[in-house]
Write a protein that binds this ligand. Sequence first.
Ligand code: FDA
Length: 370
Amino acid sequence: EKEYDYLVVGAGLFGSVFAHEMTKRSKKCLVIDKRNHLGGNVYCEEKEGINVHKYGAHIFHTNDKRIWDYVNQFASFNNYINSPLSLSKGKLYNLPFNMNTFYQLWGTQTPQEAKAIIDEQVAKYGTKSPKNLEEQALSLVGKDIYETFIKEYTEKQWGKKATELPAFIIKRLPVRYTYNNNYFNDRYQGIPIGGYNTIINGLLKGIETKTNVDFFKEREQLEGLADKIVYTGKIDEFFDYKHGQLEYRSLRFENELHAIENYQGNAVVNYNDSSFAFTRIIEHKHFEFGKQSKTIITKEYPEAWDPSKEAYYPINNDKNQGVYQEYKKESQKLSNVIFGGRLAEYRYYDMHQIIASSLTKVEEILGIEK
Ligand code: FDA
C-alpha cells in the first residue's frame, strides 16, 4: 500500500482538475510543482492590487456549457470581452478583422464594399496552391490586410520571414462583415473575479500540494509514494531526451509600473510593425475594469527557446511531430503513468480544452460514460 493513489506532477489546470476530480472520489492525491507557486501558466501575481498575468494574457472562453458550469463552481466571471487593437504604421485599428477594421483601413461603410476590395485583392495577389505563409495569407485576405496586420507581426512571432514559414501555420483568417470587435465567437467569455488563482485554489482546496519540488530531482523517492503518476511536464524530459529534444518558441515579458491610472485604454494592443521588437502590450487592470491609481503593463517579446527558458509554443513541424510520436509510443507502454496537458502532449491547448481533456482522462480511468 503506497501513501497516495496519485502523484500529480504539475499544478497547472490539467493537474489541478485531475486532482480535484479524483479527490472527490476519495482518491488520495499529492500535487507537486517545480515552480514556487501553484496554477501553472494561468497563475497571476498581485502587484499594486492588480492581477498580473505572469505567463501571458489569459482570457477564458468556451462554447461548452459543461466547461463553463465547471469553472463557475470555483469563481464567478466578469463580463470582459476581448477586443484587442492593432497599432500599425502609426494608426490604431480594431481587431479581429471586421467592418470597423475595414472602415479604418479603406473607409468602406457597407459589407459589400469591403468584400469587393478583399475579393479583388485575393484575385490579384492570391495563388491556387500557396507555398508559404505569405502566399497563404495573400490568398485568404489580400494585400492590405496582410501587409497591415499579419506580415511583420508574424515574422516577429516566429523569428522568420513570412516567405520562409510554412503555409499551414495560417489555416484560416476569419473576416467578419459586421461591426463586431469581440475577438472570440464563443458563447461564454470572461475573467474570473478574484483572478485565476481563485479557480486554482478552489480546485486544490483540501489537497496536499508541494511547490519548489522538481520531479526529476527526487524521482525515485517520489515514485515510491504513489500507485500512479499523472505527469504534466515535458514528455521528452520524462524519457531523458532519448529520442531527441522537442523545440518550442519562447516569450520574454517585461513589466512596467506607471504612476498613471490608464496607460493605453485597452487590455490588449498589438504592435504590428517590425520597428517594435515586442508584439503586444498588455495592460492587466483592464481585464478586471480596475480603478487603481497606478497601472502595470507588460511588453511581450517573442524569443528563441532554449532549455533555460519557458516553453510556450510547440513548433509543429514534421521533425518535432516525428520525435513526439516516438515519445508517445513509449508513454503508452507505461501503465502506471498518465500523460496529460500541453507539455506532455506537445500541443497548444486553450484553457477550456485542457479542462475538458483532464475531465475526459478522469472519466476514462473511472470508466464513466460522458
Ligand atoms: P501548465 O504549463 O499550466 O502546467 C504544467 C505545470 O507542470 C507547470 O506549473 C510546471 O511548472 C509543472 N512542471 C513541469 N515539469 C515539472 C517537473 N519536472 N516537476 C514538477 N513540476 C513540473 N488559453 C486560453 O484559454 N485563453 C488565453 O487567453 C490563453 N492565453 C495564453 C497565452 C500564452 C502566452 C500561452 C503560452 C498560453 C495561453 N493559453 C490561453 C493556454 C493556457 O495557458 C493553457 O491551456 C494552460 O495553462 C495549460 O495547462 P497545463 O496544466 O497543461 O500546463
